[in-house]
Design a protein around this ligand. Structure first.
Ligand SMILES: [Zn+2]
Length: 376
């Protein structure tokens, strides 16, 4: 299968259509609550049955789901996507409100006034993140003061019985349902539900009888948002069992196409294609492999953004740091309003990121070049 054929087989419209791996699956992934560290299991269970239907072997290593699709050409690649999403957890209840702690990086001022769902052991309780209007704070009110983490409180809006069921440790999901416009995919879960969806579509491509591909090992990792702990735990088991030659971390990243960003520090990351990262705050990625990916993107005519920044981090920091870690490249779909209820990515970038991945793994010559560097 060559890339031109692939382009004809799978247009952007096909991916966002009603097919088996189309928009309904994306909606289901994004609408499954997955608060980091405490609520990933529900999505993992759904993924297990989808992966079995794709002919993938899958198993739990620690709390992460690992899927393996045996290849029909040399080499093996580990793709890491994270299944968790930023949210909160209950840490204190009193005076009719619920205090919450962040599970992942959430800017308090972006969270104030959001709707939330508290997932108790007895069911879901609706709520809102409250705020104190400045005119109620007395003369000279402090409305200029930034909202800080300790200012956040949730007002539960269930019945007395429901509210009484709220307990310390309960996940608090920011309500942010999936929605589509003609050009955008919206919902808090885009990071990294988009990566999960891209990788399922990639695995689905192996069903084409003419496809050639290496062994693809996917780690659906937990706890990325609270410090990449899932990848840290699962990686030794994957390396011991499957010995991948190379690793790709597939995630969302922040576009810098907004006012007020210092591009000399953050890089110039648009919204119309994948970002390919040389370094971020957490990781220095493999230079030769990254150059190769940039070269493939150019050859395929895929709009893309080389990224070199002091900010952000991904599971890549564990993929490259943990003993036995692999040479790693980072491919990300740029997002606006990441880690907020209005997080959004462009359909075009989502599709082009998937196409770049397919171009790397499913095009025989390209893969062998990639693999050649990885094993040299
Ligand atoms: Zn992410």
């Amino acid at each position: 299968m060559n890339i031109a054929d692939m382009l004809q087989l799978k247009s952007s419209e096909a991916f966002f259509g009603d097919g088996r791996f189309g928009v309904r699956l994306l909606e289901e992934i994004l609408n499954t609550p997955t608060v980091s560290g405490i609520q990933e299991r529900l999505l993992i269970e759904k993924l297990r049955s989808i992966l079995a239907g794709l002919g993938c072997k899958n198993e739990m290593i620690g709390d992460c789901l690992v899927a393996v699709k045996e290849g029909n050409q040399d080499g093996s690649v580990l793709i890491d996507v994270h299944v968790d999403t930023v949210g909160f957890a209950v840490n204190h209840i009193g005076d009719g409100v619920v205090h919450v702690m962040p599970m992942g990086g959430i800017t308090p001022s972006a969270a104030v006034t959001n709707y939330v769902t508290i997932h108790t052991r007895n069911g879901q309780v609706p709520g809102i993140i409250g705020y104190t209007p400045p005119h109620l704070k007395g003369s000279g009110g402090d409305d200029k003061k930034a909202v800080e983490q300790g200012d956040l409180f949730v007002i539960p809006q269930g019945t007395d019985e429901q509210n009484n069921a709220i307990g310390v440790g309960d996940p608090v999901e920011i309500v942010s349902p999936f929605s589509l416009t003609d050009t955008w995919i919206r919902g808090l879960g885009v990071d990294d539900g988009i990566g999960v969806w891209q990788v399922l579509n990639l695995l689905a491509m192996t069903a084409d009888s003419t496809a050639t591909y290496p062994t693809i090992i996917v780690s659906f990792s937990t706890q990325e948002e609270v410090g990449a702990h899932g990848t840290e735990r699962v990686l030794p088991g994957i390396i011991q069992k499957y010995e991948p030659d190379i690793a790709i971390v597939l995630d969302c990243t922040s576009s810098t196409a907004i006012p007020g960003v210092k591009k000399e520090l953050a890089g110039d990351i648009g919204l119309d294609g994948p970002a390919i990262t040389f370094r971020d705050h957490g990781t220095v990625y493999d230079r030769q492999l990254t150059d190769f990916v940039l070269c493939v993107a150019r050859q395929l005519g895929i709009r893309h953004y080389p990224r070199m920044t002091q900010f952000g981090g991904t599971d890549g920091m564990k993929l490259t740091q943990v003993a036995g870690g692999r040479r790693t490249v980072s491919i990300s779909t740029p997002s606006l309003n990441i880690h907020s209820m209005s997080a959004s990515v462009k359909k075009k970038a989502t599709y082009l990121t998937l196409l770049l991945l397919a171009g790397l793994l499913f095009h025989k010559e390209t893969w062998l070049g990639f693999y050649g560097i990885a094993t040299s």
